[in-house]
Design a protein around this ligand. Structure first.
Ligand SMILES: Nc1nc(=O)c2c([nH]1)NC[C@@H]1CN(c3ccc(C(=O)N[C@@H](CCC(=O)O)C(=O)O)cc3)C=[N+]21
Length: 303
């Protein structure tokens, strides 16, 4: 197996998995296929992003999504609504987007304002357009191992682990965090790769010891630098999903400095899993566009 250029070998330190470079590689594969698909169907794939309220972090993510969608030759539609928008109005907007044949993917940015039931809003999304992979239909297909759209962040984790390690069969993956958006689907996606999976969480007994048995460690808890270097098996592949804003800037869930001396591979924050999430979102939009129009494409995340 040849190592891709976004995994940088470093003497005496973990190889650095550069998620920014990796996502640029995926984006250009998506762009090429999106152009070919557009030529066949007579229109570009289109992603609609809905942002309710004015959380500054959400605005940063949405701006990045719009920029990268357009750079990949796809159409980006943005819908901004005030945070006093009613749930029924938001669901009506989702239904309008469901009915619009030119829209291939719908993403409703989380978190939603507290007065809304996010589950009800997500379930209003047509599963064929569920590029976040968050509807009950998509989750059910994931559990069944049936075709469907998979959640973006955990798909990005699996893709990077495969790029770093090749076949993951038989490896022990420990996922810390059982969220619907990341931890739970990550466990299922690594299982689909024939890993032995442990889904650890805040009630797990002796978490450091559990982590020390991981060949692949996925940290998705949202606690700055919670995972310490002595929780890491020497040579393990460490994927840091945490995006924590602290006085010291943006930090992950892993204490990076000490951990890069122990791990075999590691993702930084920023510049690791975050940009990969958007790359998978674009790949999912391409897949949704192809499936909706009955066209065949090669999955940019496979191979
Ligand atoms: N329906 C929905 N789907 C999501 O996928 C979703 C969401 N809601 N709500 C918020 C979270 C968070 N998220 C990120 C995406 C990219 C970066 C990213 O590109 N981060 C850069 C840094 C950006 C910065 O400076 O803040 C990096 O890690 O290098 C981070 C976080 C998607 N989310």
């Amino acid at each position: 197996m040849t190592t891709p250029d976004f995994i940088r070998h470093r003497e005496g330190l973990a190889s650095l998995i550069d998620g920014k470079l990796a996502s640029a590689a995926l984006d250009s594969a998506v762009a090429a296929q999106s152009a070919a698909l557009a030529a066949r169907i007579g229109r570009k794939p289109c992603l609609a992003v809905v942002l309710v309220g004015d959380d500054p972090a959400s605005h940063v993510y949405v701006r990045n999504k719009v920029r990268r969608t357009e750079a990949a030759g796809m159409i980006s539609q943005e819908f901004r609504r005030p945070d006093d928008l009613g749930e029924a109005e938001l669901i009506a907007l989702v239904e309008t987007l469901n009915a619009d044949p030119a829209v291939d993917g719908i993403l409703v940015q989380m978190p939603l304002p507290a007065h809304m039931d996010a589950r009800r809003v997500v379930e209003a999304i047509d599963p064929a357009k569920d590029v976040d992979g968050l509807t009950a239909t998509s989750a059910g297909r994931l559990v069944l191992g049936a075709d469907g759209l998979r959640p973006c962040t955990p798909s990005g984790c699996v893709w990077l682990a495969r790029q770093a390690l090749g076949d993951l069969s038989g490896l022990h993956t420990v996922v810390i965090g059982r969220s619907i958006l990341v931890g739970k689907p990550a466990a299922l996606l690594f299982l689909e790769q024939d890993c032995t999976v442990t889904l650890a969480h805040s009630r797990t007994r002796d978490l450091p010891e559990v982590c020390r048995s991981a060949d692949i460690l996925v940290a998705a808890v949202g606690r700055p630098e919670m995972v310490k270097a002595d929780w890491i098996k020497p040579g393990a592949c460490v994927l840091d999903v945490g995006i924590n804003r602290t006085d010291a800037g943006l930090v992950g869930d892993v204490a990076f400095g000490p951990s890069e001396k122990i791990a075999g591979h590691i993702t930084p924050v920023p510049g690791g899993i975050g940009p990969m999430t958007i790359a998978v979102l674009l790949a999912n939009t391409l897949k949704a566009a192809a499936a909706r129009t009955g066209e065949k494409i090669t999955d940019p995340l496979r191979g």
